[in-house]
Write a protein that binds this ligand. Structure first.
Ligand SMILES: Nc1ncnc2c1ncn2[C@@H]1O[C@H](COP(=O)(O)OP(=O)(O)OP(=O)(O)O)[C@@H](O)[C@H]1O
Length: 561
């Protein structure tokens, strides 16, 4: 967070300077009151007239400073909050895919919205308030010392009391604000679930249950907010009443000196006003400290996230793919469950590989490991002679592309959903559109390539979306293409046509996870890898495996019967 303040040090300095000037000017009012009272008592009309003119100029100046200081402050807040959000967002995209999925995406949404808002209100704005109030406190104390050192000393000593109050509530405020922030996060998570699952909720008639669950979560959030406000109110009430107590004592002291004639009435008026200016910042400072303490854990959480170097794979590698990918004794577990066991595999450049096996045998996990989704495996994966773990994400995704079963579509034009905001030569775009079978889809649309895709492609069928995913991968022209049930939503004929056109691309290394055991397609693969319970139990060409009459043979027989 300090980094962010430093980044905008100039705008911070300007905001602080103007805030100090604005708050210091306010004490001028006390002196005007003193001089006006003195002029009234001495019936000096001339002085009264001069003071009125001076006061008008003073108030114009104060108006200008107040306005400029507010603008400078708003500008500073706009800069730091914008920069903080950009930093969090950038850091999110430095996460590896696997690390990103360790948390519910609503947690990130909550961090970018709720937590940033809490920090804006209770940290960044409060830093400026703290400076403003402290400067007002210092200037007022100096003015009081100048007017009456003894009254000033008593007032300053008594004012230490409200300042000690936030310290007593430190831990409680921090805990309750953390609980409040967590409940806001849970609420955001639930909202995301309800909206994503809208169709399921409606079609299973579970609206009532969901509304009940929503209301419980909503009430919990409000209850946690109330608990926080309760502690905050208690702290603020203590600060406020102790300030009132101080005010009364100092007024009484000033009145005593005025009655015994050792100070003039004008001075007494100035002291009363100055004590007010002293007490307000004291109370405010104790509120501000309490408020800033309350977001300490949120601030630490964001600081930790922004500084977490180990989750970022920023090494600038420059690997290329010329020979093979080698997997040596690869084992992988999700928590305590072993999903892949001692996998040894060589995938050569330009060859086509099919990964087949029963449901849950580990096909997708193997494909994701090759893609570098997970880096916490046992064994070694090498791309040519380079350890896969030392290759940056950016470098790796320039070499390989994966097409998943579920396709995400952006709210944008068809062409932007194919090229994904990059520039490609027209002939490559045309080729990708044709090979993926998207040409028929595009020509059927009035606006062609410029037709708009809305709400994650709800105006397209599952099969059409898969064609988009294939076109995206083809236009990117990476050396390695990994497909995970990428044609599962397409009819057999279209799926076969697309798969055939991919399997005939010469230089492409294709690794295809498939359930569709189609003889004519399977014959096109250089090697079929059969997985069972996380182990490779056989591998070879279609003919070799059929001759062996083992697992692959059995799977094929089952699929064709
Ligand atoms: N993110 C995950 N967390 C925990 N377990 C997982 C995760 N992903 C997969 N698994 C488990 O790992 C095992 C292998 O899953 P995987 O998706 O690799 O199998 P698969 O052969 O591709 O299955 P299918 O053909 O049904 O898609 C399964 O038992 C699955 O439950």
């Amino acid at each position: 967070m300090r980094k962010i303040i430093i980044k905008y040090k100039m705008s911070f300095a300007v905001a602080i300077l103007l805030t100090i000037l604005d708050s210091s000017l306010q004490i001028g009012v006390a002196f005007f009151m003193k001089f006006i009272t003195d002029a009234t008592i001495s019936k000096n009309m001339d002085l009264l007239f001069k003071l009125a003119i001076l006061a008008s100029l003073f108030f114009i100046l104060q108006f200008i400073f107040y306005f400029i200081s507010r603008v400078a402050r708003a500008k500073y807040i706009q800069n730091v909050i914008g920069f903080l959000r950009e930093n969090i967002f950038e850091q999110l995209f430095k996460l590896q895919i696997n690390d990103f999925h360790k948390k519910n995406s609503a947690e990130y949404i909550s961090m970018l919205s709720n937590d940033v808002k809490l920090l804006e209100e209770s940290y960044f704005e409060k830093v400026l308030d703290l400076v403003a109030m402290s400067s007002q406190l210092i200037v007022t104390s100096l003015a009081l010392i100048w007017i009456h050192p003894f009254v000033a000393l008593i007032a300053i000593l008594l004012n230490l009391l409200p300042l000690a109050i936030p310290g007593a509530f430190n831990k409680k405020m921090d805990n309750s604000k953390k609980i409040y922030s967590d409940s806001m996060m849970t609420y955001t998570e639930k909202l995301k679930d309800y909206f994503d699952g809208f169709e399921v909720i409606k079609s299973f008639n579970i609206e009532k249950e969901l509304i009940r669950s929503h209301n419980i979560s909503n009430k919990r959030q409000e209850k946690n907010k109330f608990s926080f406000v309760l502690i905050e109110s208690l702290m603020n009430a203590l600060s406020f009443s102790s300030a009132f107590f101080i005010m009364v004592i100092v007024f009484a002291l000033a009145a005593f000196y005025s009655i015994n004639g050792s100070v003039e009435l004008g001075t007494m008026v100035a002291v009363i006003m100055l004590v007010n200016y002293l007490v307000v910042p004291i109370v405010e400072i104790s509120y501000i400290i309490g408020d800033m303490n309350s977001v300490k854990s949120i601030k630490n959480k964001i600081d930790e996230f922004l500084n977490a170097k180990e989750i970022c794979n920023e090494n600038n590698s420059n690997a290329t793919f010329n020979n093979s990918i080698i997997l040596k004794d690869i084992s992988y577990s999700f928590e305590d469950t072993k999903v892949l066991n001692k996998i040894n595999l060589k995938l050569e450049k330009g060859k086509k590989y099919a990964i087949v096996g029963g449901s849950g045998s580990g096909k997708t996990t193997l494909a994701k490991l090759i893609l570098g989704y997970y880096d916490d495996y046992d064994g070694l994966i090498k791309l040519d002679d380079i350890n896969m773990n030392s290759i940056s994400d950016f470098n790796r995704y320039n070499i390989m592309t994966m097409i998943h079963q579920n396709v995400f579509m952006f709210d944008d034009s068809i062409i932007n959903n194919i090229c994904l905001y990059k520039k490609y030569e027209e002939k490559y775009i045309e080729e990708a559109i044709n090979k993926s079978g998207l040409d028929k889809v595009i020509t059927s649309l009035l606006e062609g390539r410029n037709a708009r895709i809305i709400d994650n492609g709800k105006n397209f069928s599952g099969g059409e979306k898969q064609r988009f995913a294939i076109a995206r991968a083809l236009v990117k022209k990476t050396n390695i293409l990994i497909m995970d049930e990428a044609t599962s939503s397409l009819d057999i004929e279209t799926a076969s046509d697309i798969e055939k056109s991919i399997l005939t691309i010469d230089d492409l290394t294709a690794i295809v996870v498939t359930h569709k055991l189609n003889k004519s397609i399977l014959k096109m693969y250089d090697e079929i890898i059969v997985l069972d319970d996380g182990k490779i139990i056989e591998a070879g060409t279609y003919d070799e495996l059929m001759d062996k009459k083992e697992m692959f043979y059995a799977l094929l027989k089952m699929a064709t019967n």
